[in-house]
Design a protein around this ligand. Structure first.
Ligand code: NAP
Ligand code: ZN
Length: 353
């Protein structure tokens, strides 16, 4: 049995998003059905839909994007114990995995060879050829991939935690960002502004690198101790060799070497941004300082819950611009120009009108 629900989809890499009817399966014994209240807009929604990542993750159309979902549980399957009808819950980038591989057993479902992404993966239930994401009225998800959402936070600001939150929380924790550490966040967008808030909450000295001088005041308000406009060579020279860790969240081609030179000896730069084209790397920027460069991919489900609980305890949410679904294409256009403060979130009630 399936139910027809409203969504917004792109039919090709060049089409705008437009209303589209999709099917959702009836909840199985281990499933939770969720009415979606808010869904954040991640730059990955754009990259995938525009087929920017054709080599690594080719897009299959139609695409219903969206993986920063907060909603209410409407139905639960017979075996579900983690959630009950009426609970406020979240769904991020993953909706299932094989539960048995070594990565799943180590709480790293994000590296399961058989993981199901919230949109753009083969739908193993066969409801549609591919999974459809959160730009829609409702979704049905295996209970293990449904997160408990703190009830003290505003719901719209909580939605971006499900991707932007965990994607920055995970590498900041892995690199033990905290008191006594000097941390750089490159790019003040959705991920970047969450990185600033989290690194500040962990007790680090936080410096933002931005290409947008107009964001300086906001960066300080969001928690940065210092802001460097990345075109300012004097500022860069002043801080050269002084950072323990740098998190690069930039979505487009840029010079990573200038940030590598900002690192101390043994410092690490972790990329979470996923620009469409390969980045040029100078060996010397690594060699002269025993520096390293890494990547980081969202986070596992247990760590995502840990991040949500941490945000609940420390009152951390995203700064959002809430839009009706009818304004999605406009919001995507602005996101492409780095014009966002600092995450667009769709109010899904607008999909009903
Ligand atoms: P976003 O809100 O658009 O922010 C990206 C920021 O990068 C912009 O605000 C801008 O900051 C900077 N930027 C943009 N174009 C630039 C350019 N040409 N040169 C230098 N800086 C530029 O995007 P997001 O949603 O935070 O996502 C960021 C990236 O992370 C995307 O590539 C996305 O796909 C990726 N991502 C990865 C993961 C993962 O698991 N690794 C998860 C989610 C997203 P300033 O104006 O401050 O310079
Ligand atoms: Zn995302």
């Amino acid at each position: 049995m399936t139910t027809q629900v409203k969504s917004y989809a792109a039919q090709s890499a060049t089409d705008s998003l437009a209303p589209f009817a999709i099917k959702r399966r009836s909840p199985g014994p281990d499933d939770v059905a969720i009415e979606i209240l808010f869904c954040g807009i991640c730059h990955s929604d754009l990259h995938y839909t525009h087929n920017d990542w054709a080599d690594a993750l080719p897009a299959v159309y139609p695409v219903v994007p969206g993986h920063e979902i907060v909603g209410r549980v409407t139905t639960i399957g017979a075996n579900v114990t983690k959630h009950k009808v009426g609970d406020l819950v979240g769904v991020g980038c993953l909706v299932d995995s094989d539960h048995t591989c070594p990565n799943c057993q180590s709480d790293l479902e994000n590296f399961c060879q058989n993981l199901t992404l919230t949109f753009g993966s083969t739908d193993k239930h066969g409801t549609a050829p591919m999974t459809f994401g959160g730009y829609s009225e409702s979704i049905v998800v295996n209970e293990r991939f449904v997160l408990r959402v703190p009830t003290n936070l505003d719901i719209e600001g909580t939605a971006p935690l499900l991707c932007a939150g965990i994607t920055t929380y995970s590498p900041l924790r892995r690199n033990e960002v905290g008191p006594g550490k000097k941390v750089g966040i490159v790019g003040l967008g959705g991920l970047g502004h969450m990185g600033v808030k989290l690194a500040r909450a962990f007790g680090a000295h936080v410096v933002v690198f931005t290409t947008s001088p107009r964001k300086i005041e906001d960066a300080l308000r969001l928690g940065a101790h210092e802001v460097i406009v990345s075109s300012n060579a004097d500022e860069l020279a002043k801080h050269a060799g002084s950072f323990d860790f740098i998190l690069d969240t930039v979505s487009a081609e840029h010079d990573i070497n200038q940030y590598l030179y900002q690192l101390k000896i043994d410092g690490n730069l972790t990329l979470v941004g996923a620009p469409p084209k390969p980045l040029a790397l100078s060996s010397f920027a690594l060699i002269f300082g025993n520096r390293s460069i890494s990547g980081s991919n969202i986070g596992g489900i247990a760590q995502t819950q840990e991040m949500l609980d941490f945000c609940g305890e420390h009152n951390i949410t995203a700064d959002v611009e809430v839009i009706p679904v009818q304004k999605i294409n406009e919001a995507w256009g602005r996101l492409e120009k780095a014009d966002v403060k600092y995450r667009f979130v769709i109010d899904m009630a607008s999909l009903k009108s």
